[in-house]
Design a protein around this ligand. Structure first.
Ligand code: R5P
Length: 291
């Protein structure tokens, strides 16, 4: 097995190669003056079982295209088996036709990944697992909860409560809660499909003097976390910690959450960001060593 860290996942790719003690083949990468990507495999890969690790953020459109170019090039250069590991899968939230005429973007991208020659697909905390069903190849989601819980265990939490800001991330909150032996639950969120405006509400959480961990699969604009934080801070929470797998952190997301009372923001390295304090390298390596 060899690991190829794509240009958007160099650090994570190196960590995974190191844990597995396997050879690494780097990608030579540059941007042409007009913005097009230039990619070149620095060593031969023919006959190899290749693990390509390439996340799709920031610049999701460009990253998705690079992913397709890399998969196809690896196959073209004679790789025997290509496992595409995409730590954060962009477009996964557009997994249904919410309004008449919409593109179901993730379906198109998955078809392209398969068509480009991927033999297997792995991702971390995909928005909804059902979207993987579109693949005709082996496709699997790796939950990050184990690594997130390990990190939280060392935080001296006071009577922690793990709160999902919507039903969708309850699975994550539950998994973290069970690992910490902490209570968990969820709020309800509605989003206006045209304006994008969100409303978060829910049953009262006994937040007084407790550490509330708001857990979500991703933080984009920070609006969801900010709304949930205002509620629990209003109930007297001692500390609010926002934790997510994919810290997209668009625009003023960090200051928005802080203004809403969030004391700490923590993410994983599926996307390299200033809050990426938890690594998913061990989980990816564990999954890769299974087959
Ligand atoms: C959506 O259901 C996701 O799980 C996140 O809650 C959401 O995408 C976060 O977006 P934002 O940070 O913009 O509120």
């Amino acid at each position: 097995m060899i690991v190829v860290p794509g240009p958007s996942s160099i650090k994570l790719g190196l960590k995974v190669a190191e844990i597995l003690s396997v050879r690494r083949v780097d990608v030579e990468y540059k941007n042409f003056p007009d913005g097009e990507s230039y990619l070149r495999l620095s060593e031969a890969v023919n006959g190899e079982d290749v693990v390509l690790i390439h996340t799709t953020y920031p610049q999701p459109d460009k990253r998705v295209l690079e992913l397709l170019l890399l998969i196809n090039t690896l196959k073209d250069l004679g790789a025997r088996y290509v496992k595409a590991v995409v730590p954060y899968m962009a477009y996964a939230r557009q997994d249904s036709r919410f309004r008449e005429g919409e593109a179901i973007s993730i379906n198109t991208i998955f078809k392209l990944i398969e068509r480009a020659g991927a033999d297997e697909f792995l991702t971390v905390d995909i928005h909804k697992e059902f979207s993987l069903k579109v693949f005709g190849i082996k496709a699997k989601n790796i939950p990050a909860a184990e690594s997130i819980a390990e990190y939280l265990k060392d935080m001296d939490l006071v009577r922690p409560y793990i709160l999902s800001p919507d039903k969708g991330a309850l699975k994550i909150a539950q998994s973290i809660g069970e690992r910490l032996g902490a209570e968990y639950g969820n709020f309800e969120k509605t989003r206006d499909r045209i304006s994008g405006a969100i409303t978060v509400k829910g049953e009262r959480v006994e937040a007084k003097n407790r550490d509330i961990i708001i857990a979500d699969d991703l933080i984009s604009t920070g609006g969801t976390i900010a709304s949930a934080s205002k509620i629990v801070k209003g109930e007297g929470a001692r500390r609010v910690i926002a934790v997510c797998t994919h810290p997209l952190l668009v625009g003023d997301a960090l200051s928005k959450m802080k203004a809403a009372g969030v004391d700490e923001i923590i993410g994983t390295d599926t996307i390299e960001s200033e809050v990426s304090r938890i690594t998913v390298a061990k989980l990816i390596a564990k999954e890769l060593s299974k087959s």
